[in-house]
Design a protein around this ligand. Structure first.
Ligand SMILES: [Ca+2]
Length: 418
């Protein structure tokens, strides 16, 4: 398992701290199925473009009697017509994450379809500038579905000031013939996207305090409760040269100052030294605004902190990221040792076992990897390009060996030296 995966995770799964996530629930879209005719839906025909027609069709609806048909003029380089909802689609305040769905049937495909979700304040006025006010422009794929009804889904997050949004479906390109029906909206509960817990509760380290381990794929939030499954220790499996990770989670009744983790050597057919193990406290980022339709708001586990010690807050879950790297050449077999979590007023020894496969990972991987890095910190010195991308040495530690940059600081493709 890769620690870099956590370092690079800038799309947080976060909890609503102030308001609990609400289960998915429908949000009304007036006349989203066109059963009342066109109603408040109308065409937008921007200046400087060829357009086309917008009409109700009763012969090809996805559901019910009616759908909308948009036919673009047959010729022209610049052809654009929009279907827009004349009223703001109001959003409930108890959720800020949403899933918009509409059904599309392109009898003749346009160049592109764009869903424009234009944010509006509680007074119904569009919020501008759109770059800062969270407008979303979503382009559902068209070509794979020509001649068939298919569902286009757009997940989005609403900023706190949004009271709702204006929806426009843009059909771009001459000769298009597109049907649209069943426009609907629902809230999204971000916890639906949480990876299930695989952990086990360990013996309580103190009266009223809980301790457990968790797998590396689940973000452990400060309000996380211990799992129901019970266990006595942490068990990992790894090859020589492989990183493996787990999380140790603690929820003390009283605050614990100067908490730290130490390891023993692991003994088996050979020895895995304590130095092959590492523990980092998982830091929390207070996310104010969700950025995607699957985002939480509030304290979010994300960075791995460099500090050796930390204070564990009372009644709050703190996660520690435990990393093992099995030395090359370690003989196969079971290795046993322990880790100790200690601090003022708390001490817990947790058995740690590792099943070593008895083979080493090759120094160079056989799979090519491409990584996209947004807004990477850069090293203060080094040549422009590869050497200045801070995570690159971490990639190299984890057997991602290439270093070719497609665009400085934006894209880096790796393993190109194979
Ligand atoms: Ca309909």
């Amino acid at each position: 398992m890769f620690r870099v995966a956590t370092l690079l995770c800038t799309f947080p799964l976060v909890l609503f701290a102030a308001c609990r996530p609400v289960p998915a629930a429908p949000v009304p879209v007036a006349n989203g199925g066109f059963e009342e005719g066109l109603g408040q839906w109308s065409a937008i025909r921007p200046e400087g473009y060829g357009h086309g027609e917008l009409e109700l069709t009763t012969t090809e609806a996805h559901t019910g009697k009616n759908a909308v048909r948009i036919t673009a003029v047959p010729d022209g380089e610049k052809v654009l017509i929009g279907l827009t909802h004349g009223r703001m689609i109001a959003l409930p305040d108890d959720s800020r994450t949403f899933r918009l769905s509409l059904w599309i049937k392109a009898n003749k495909a346009p160049k592109s379809i764009e869903l424009r979700i234009a944010s509006a304040g509680r007074d119904g006025r569009a919020l501008t500038p759109w770059q800062e006010k969270g407008w979303r422009f979503i382009h559902p794929p068209v070509e794979p579905h020509v001649g068939q009804w298919h569902e286009a889904i757009a997940e989005f997050a609403a900023q706190p000031e949004w009271g709702g949004f204006y929806l426009t479906v843009w059909i771009n390109g001459a000769g298009a013939d597109v049907l649209i029906d069943d426009i609907s909206l629902e809230t999204v509960d971000p916890s639906d996207w949480m990876v299930a817990s695989v952990g086990e509760r360990l013996p309580d380290p103190a009266q009223g305090s809980a301790l457990w381990w968790e797998g590396p794929l689940r973000k452990v939030f400060p309000n996380e409760e211990p799992p129901k499954a019970r266990g006595n220790g942490i068990a990992l499996c790894a090859a020589g040269g492989e990183y493996e990770a787990a999380q140790l989670c603690v929820r003390p009744a009283q605050a614990v100052e100067e908490a730290r983790v130490s390891f023993t050597d692991l003994a088996g057919p050979g020895k895995i030294p304590a130095s092959a193990l590492n523990a980092r406290f998982v830091g929390l980022i207070d996310v104010k605004e969700p950025k995607t339709g699957r985002s939480y708001i509030g304290l979010t586990p994300d960075p791995l902190l460099p500090d050796e010690t930390a204070t564990l807050p009372a009644g709050q879950t703190t996660a520690l990221w435990i990393t093992l790297k099995v030395p090359l050449g370690t003989p196969a077999g079971e290795y046993r040792g322990s880790l100790t979590l200690s601090g003022k007023g708390l001490k817990a020894s947790v058995p740690l076992s590792v099943r070593v496969y008895g083979f080493d990972l090759p120094e160079h991987p056989r799979l090519r990897t491409i990584a996209r890095i947004w807004q990477s910190h850069e090293l203060p010195s080094g040549p422009v390009g590869t050497g200045r991308i801070l995570p690159l040495p971490i990639f190299h530690q984890h057997r991602v060996k290439g270093d070719a940059v497609l665009a400085e600081g934006v894209f880096v493709t790796l393993d190109t030296l194979l």
